[in-house]
Design a protein around this ligand. Structure first.
Ligand code: BGC
Ligand code: BGC
Length: 948
């Protein structure tokens, strides 16, 4: 198995909760935990839909579980499949990260006699987020008898004992499908699931539909003899009233469409989307399979958690993979996950930030009700952005403990502002900043300005009574992280206002008025910036985590080893506060975010002081990956690697014992950052992104790509440091001429012209035809007529007729008429993430590529009709580049005609000649045929070449 698979070879009888989390599949709209179709006592089947919240006491609101679409019982001669007591061999479960498909195969020895080979497959579609599907095949090895598939929707889907769903209605749609409509108890969100169950292999002996309330299902019965097999496909469409005005209609219509396609075609569509995601986001690490697989898994988890359409949801702290933290959103999104999206999937990053924009009204309310100005974001946020942190939670001994986070864990507010700045710098998305981001920055700056209290004796502003990232200490004053980030937030407020005044004076005016940003107010901001207590001690170079931290008792955490619990669990909540023990790095987190403002020496001192007292093993899982990055910065690659491995095992090995609650998705985001910003040392400089690699000894090569302001940068890092390439990919769009490059229709043209010429009694030979290569139709006809006089009307008629002959012959083209190497070149360009366009003078270009079976590979197609000036003018190619959204300098044109080469050069593009050197002297590079081209070779060649 390569590093694209997460798999197990044995059925685990005990610890299924954490594995259910690990084998979660999803598409950003929903996530389905990896429970088994047949269900077991104590398992936690769950499909969570982002944004589908219902109210509940104590924790206010939570993502409501939805009907279990996996539900499938199999019986063989009346015996139910149950892995816990059956004799099972050859068990294998595999999550394929390439396309998100989960499969399970096993051999079942039926107690009454005979063996069956079973295969289960399932996926959630990335091409249509409302579609999920499963398939099950049963093959008889030496079994004879009846197999029953019993499958439907189980509406009794609880959240750890609490049922949010109320039955509304259900019914049969047709012989193979039915639906179930339910509603959340308090928020009254409707949900409709429609499913179809079809026997796709084997002969049905009976097929029966059962309409039991809250649990519509169908039973398919098949008789099997040795060697025979049966297969069912179940397709499910899911809609809620949050995403459709008529969820029932939408679900039924969408099921209808999906059912016609069937499992294989639906999976193919979804896989094609996955391919695009991986082109944009994959990282490959050579020399360390464990790291390679863990990082790919982290990216998989981030991708399946990310909303693709909805701007009103974010990513919960346990993604959509478990009930932990109730689906609430924390700073985890902005600080830990967002960088991955900002650098590789900026559209998703933007959507996640839009969620915060839409929750601004609630954040304003929160500030207002606490007597502050501006916007104060909720520590735990859900549908609307209201504060949803529980005030009390029960301890293991049953006692309740007061949780202060919702009241005073303020730093979330500047974390969001920080993420916006990072997003803006990396993407250059001024539109977002202008219309949404700036308002958040200014509102949060207002909050901090009003939150800082003047302290006369010290001549400083203080921010008292808060919780910093290290939650082992609460109700503390002047947390260095909070204060320094607040200061930065106000400062950035001033900067963004200046920027906005230049970029969009009207918007700046409007905000100045609405948010009362008067000159005296802004002076006050400056005063706070200059006088805020920052907790830095110039003598020692240390930041004091909060006022009085240095006076707390220092302990050697080693004396508690070996341990299996957090220091807070060992010492108790109140006792832990007395010590210098950290749940997660606090000052170091600050130094990480404020990277540019910290000297290496200060970083080293703080790292040495705080690292030994940080509870990395059982404190917060958010800490270790970031701590790893800082370790690389102080030159301690060994510690960095240890922390990286610890983070990598968080869910795959469940080292903390709580993965059952859901994926530690912030840790997965941290893992991405540890590779990119830690080991690879990616840094943004005025000259573009640069890397300063500090690879662990095992790593032989790291490859990844990022997008900076719309440009794709490809990195290929090796330990020697010499071969590092961090240039922009020289080719981001490939534009093909058609005739003579992808196919050779000159013979077809020749025959069409010949037929026309014969009919008119004009001599015309193959040699004459050679001179018509790349020449538009009218010009060609004039050349054939060799000065013979014909009326304009006749000319038109002849051109029409020739075209008709030609179109007739096109209809006979098939994919066999592609020139050698064409298909595989197009495929490799796709895999390399390069956009593909067609720019051909031929007016029948689209028809031709359709017949050749390659039309779907093109991101843009344009023909001679699209522009006025034909080749050698660059117009057509420039037009295609525009359609591709790639700037001309990053386009390569593949041409067989001198006029085309000239056109490419005139447009400032790479000109790649296909054919004989003599004809294509002006090309940047010439290949005799497409089958001689390798994409890597081409890119390497062009990387080292100047265009002119
Ligand atoms: C951490 C927080 C985090 C939350 C959700 C807590 O244990 O201390 O920093 O935001 O979990 O993941
Ligand atoms: C986390 C807090 C959270 C609280 C209530 C604690 O375990 O550390 O960040 O607000 O649970 O959900």
């Amino acid at each position: 198995m390569d590093n694209w698979h997460i798999f197990e070879t044995q059925f685990n009888n005990k610890n299924n909760r954490s594995l259910e989390t690990v084998y979660t599949i999803g598409n950003g709209y929903l996530g389905t935990r990896g429970t088994f179709e047949e269900g077991y006592p104590g398992d936690q089947p769950a499909t969570l839909i982002n944004g589908f919240f219902d109210d509940i006491p104590i924790v206010f609101t939570e993502l409501a579980n939805t009907p279990n679409w996996l539900d499938l019982q199999i019986t063989a001669n009346g015996e139910r499949l149950n892995l816990k007591n059956a004799v099972v061999t050859d068990y294998f479960r595999d999550l394929n990260l390439h396309n998100g498909e989960l499969t399970r195969t096993l051999h079942w020895e039926v107690a009454a006699g005979g063996h069956l080979a079973l295969e289960f497959q399932r996926f959630t579609s990335l091409a249509d987020e409302h579609i999920v599907a499963l398939r099950c095949q049963v093959k008889s090895i030496d079994f004879s008898g009846d197999i029953e598939f019993h499958s439907g929707l189980s509406g009794y889907a609880d959240n750890e004992g609490f049922l949010h769903l109320e039955w509304i209605e259900q019914g049969k749609i047709d012989a193979s499908s039915a639906y179930l409509q339910v509603e959340t108890r308090k928020t009254h969100h409707t949900l409709v699931e429609a499913f179809s169950l079809n026997l796709t292999r084997g002969k049905s002996s009976t097929s029966e539909f059962c309409d039991s309330r809250m649990n519509p299902f169908k039973v398919e019965k098949v008789h099997l003899e040795p060697g025979q097999e049966a297969e069912i496909e179940k397709i499910v469409a899911i809609y809620t009233s949050l995403d459709a005005s008529h969820p029932k209609k939408s679900a039924i219509a969408s099921l209808q469409r999906a059912k016609e396609l069937g499992y294989t075609a639906l999976l193919a569509q979804s896989s094609a989307e996955w391919q695009k995601e991986w082109n944009a986001s994959n990282i490959s690490i050579q020399g360390d399979d464990e790291a390679d697989r863990a990082v790919r898994y982290a990216i998989y988890q981030l991708l399946i958690a990310a909303p693709r359409k909805n701007e009103h949801v974010s990513i919960p702290a346990k993604s959509l993979s478990g009930f932990g933290y109730k689906g609430h959103v924390f700073w985890d999104t902005e600080v830990f996950m967002l960088p991955f999206f900002t650098y590789t999937q900026p559209k998703i990053a933007r959507r996640l930030l839009m969620y915060r924009y839409f929750t601004l009204p609630a954040a304003r309310n929160k500030a207002n009700s606490n007597n502050y100005e501006g916007a104060q974001f909720a520590w735990e946020s859900a549908a609307t952005g209201e504060e949803n942190t529980p005030r009390w939670v029960p301890l293991r001994d049953g006692n309740l403990v007061r949780i202060w986070c919702g009241d005073i864990e303020h730093h979330i507010t500047s974390d969001i502002a920080f993420a916006i700045q990072q997003y803006w710098r990396v993407t250059g998305d001024n539109d977002f900043m202008r219309n949404f981001g700036a308002e958040i920055i200014l509102e949060t700056a207002r909050f901090w300005n009003s939150r800082a209290e003047w302290d006369e004796p010290s001549n400083r502003y203080h921010i008292n009574n808060v919780i910093g990232p290290d939650e082992y200490h609460d109700r503390i004053d002047n947390n260095a992280y909070t204060n320094n980030m607040a200061r930065w937030n106000i400062q950035f407020g001033l900067e963004i206002l200046e920027w906005l005044k230049k970029d969009s004076p009207a918007k700046a005016d409007e905000l100045e008025q609405r948010l009362e940003l008067t000159p005296p107010k802004l002076d006050h901001w400056r005063h706070v910036i200059d006088h805020l207590y920052l907790g830095f001690d110039p003598q020692t170079g240390l930041y004091e985590q909060f006022e009085g931290f240095f006076k707390r008792q220092r302990v050697d955490l080693a004396t508690f080893e070996p341990r299996t619990e957090s220091m807070q669990a060992i010492l108790g909540i109140e006792k832990t506060q007395e010590f210098q023990i950290l749940k997660q790095p606090d000052v170091l987190m600050l130094l990480y975010l404020m990277n540019a403002n910290t000297s290496k020496e200060i970083l080293e001192r703080n790292f040495a002081f705080y690292t030994p007292v940080t509870d990395s093993s059982y404190g917060s899982s958010l800490g270790p990956p970031i701590q790893a990055i800082l370790a690389t910065r102080v030159g301690d690659v060994k510690t960095a690697y240890d922390l990286f491995r610890l983070s990598a095992k968080t869910d795959l090995v469940d080292v903390r014992g709580n993965s059952g609650d859901g994926i530690h998705i912030a840790t997965q985001g941290g893992l991405w950052q540890a590779v990119i910003f830690g080991f690879c040392g990616l840094e943004m400089t005025p000259d573009g992104p640069l890397v300063h690699p500090k690879l662990p000894p095992k790593w032989k090569r790291v490859q990844f790509n990022i997008l900076i302001k719309g440009k794709k940068y490809e990195f290929d890092i090796r330990p020697e440091g010499k071969a590092n390439r961090n240039a922009v990919l020289p080719v981001q769009g490939a534009i093909f001429d058609l005739d003579g490059v992808l196919t050779d229709t000159s013979e077809l043209h020749y025959r069409a012209w010949k037929r026309l010429a014969d009919e008119a009694g004009i001599p015309f030979t193959r040699a004459d035809n050679e001179f018509l290569r790349g020449i538009p139709r009218r010009e060609s006809l004039l050349r054939i007529l060799k000065g013979r006089k014909v009326s304009e009307e006749k000319l038109q008629e002849m051109m029409e007729r020739k075209n008709q002959y030609y179109v007739e012959s096109i209809s006979l083209l098939t994919k066999r008429d592609l020139l050698p190497g064409a298909r595989s070149l197009l495929d490799s360009l796709k895999t390399a993430g390069i956009k593909i366009g067609l720019g051909s003078a031929s007016r029948n270009a689209l028809l031709v590529v359709e017949k050749l079976g390659i039309a779907s590979l093109f991101d843009a197609i344009a023909d001679g009709a699209s522009v006025v000036h034909q080749k050698p003018a660059p117009d057509l190619f420039l037009h295609v580049a525009g359609l591709l959204g790639v700037s001309a300098e990053y386009c390569a044109v593949f041409e067989d005609a001198a006029a085309g080469i000239e056109a490419a050069r005139a447009g400032g593009m790479w000109a790649i000649g296909i054919g004989p050197h003599e004809r294509l002297k002006n090309a940047h590079w010439v290949y005799p045929g497409l089958n001689e081209i390798s994409v890597t070779d081409l890119l390497d060649r062009l990387s080292g070449m100047k265009k002119d």
